[in-house]
Design a protein around this ligand. Sequence first.
Ligand code: G
Ligand code: G
Ligand code: NA
Length: 254
Amino acid sequence: LRLEVDLHHAIERRELELFFQPQFDGRTLQVVGAEALLRWRHPQLGMVPPDRFIPLAEESGLIVPIGRWVIDEACRQAAEWSALACRPIGVAVNVSVRQMLGDDIASVVAQALRRHALPAQRLELEITESLAVGDVAQARLLLARLADLGVGVAIDDFGVGYSSLAYLRDLPVQRVKIDRSFLRQVPQDAGSSRLVGAMVSMARALEIGLVAEGVETVEQLDFLCEQGCDAIQGYLLGRPIAGDDFLHRLMADD
Ligand code: G
Ligand code: G
Ligand code: NA
């Protein structure tokens, strides 16, 4: 209960912070963007990981103001990086189902883009397959409004849900993020490797983007590059870091 009470004040007390995990172009291995990952610096408990407070935020409805703050802050950062690095840097934000359905997400996004003068194509929303479990028509409408704005939508944890392919058929999405569980035994296990290779081919055939997440070894990276994977994210190339550290990394990467 205490954590939930404290969470009410986390935004105004400026205890929330975004970390950023770099995303790399699969061909050049240049940093092209980052995934924003929320952190809570609790004054007594220290860093509280998102797994511990996002569920609380969802139950209490606090996910709406928190999610708005995340979108705004991510847009602010992406605009700043792009200006300072003199090249376009994108940012991906996790949006939970509760936030997608409980807020006017398209207006929130439009306002944040405007406030920070960030071109819409630099922002991507990561949603999970569970969005369409309830009302597919409503999900489609929501995503269509986001597509109209020009922001990208990616399916997170792609492949682990039982309706992944129906999702691709029914909803306008621009990217999939292959769940990191698929990569664990790549390339040593032939079955896993063929499956990941097939996902890369499928994304190409459907003309949607693909991010491999959870890339931890050089062997996995080599395999993905050989397959022609678009984008790479994982501890091998970069862990989640604070915004300033990400900027330094960008400048060093040029
Ligand atoms: O950073 P870490 O890997 O510990 O994040 C764990 C999970 O928390 C992520 O996989 C992501 O799904 C979730 N998460 C992180 N940041 C956010 C956020 O801003 N909003 C939502 N809804 N979930 C987030
Ligand atoms: O898809 P999701 O939002 O859950 O992914 C983000 C989470 O995955 C974060 O908690 C991040 O710290 C974690 N993560 C990112 N890269 C790697 C990796 O290479 N290996 C593992 N095990 N976890 C990773
Ligand atoms: Na994510």
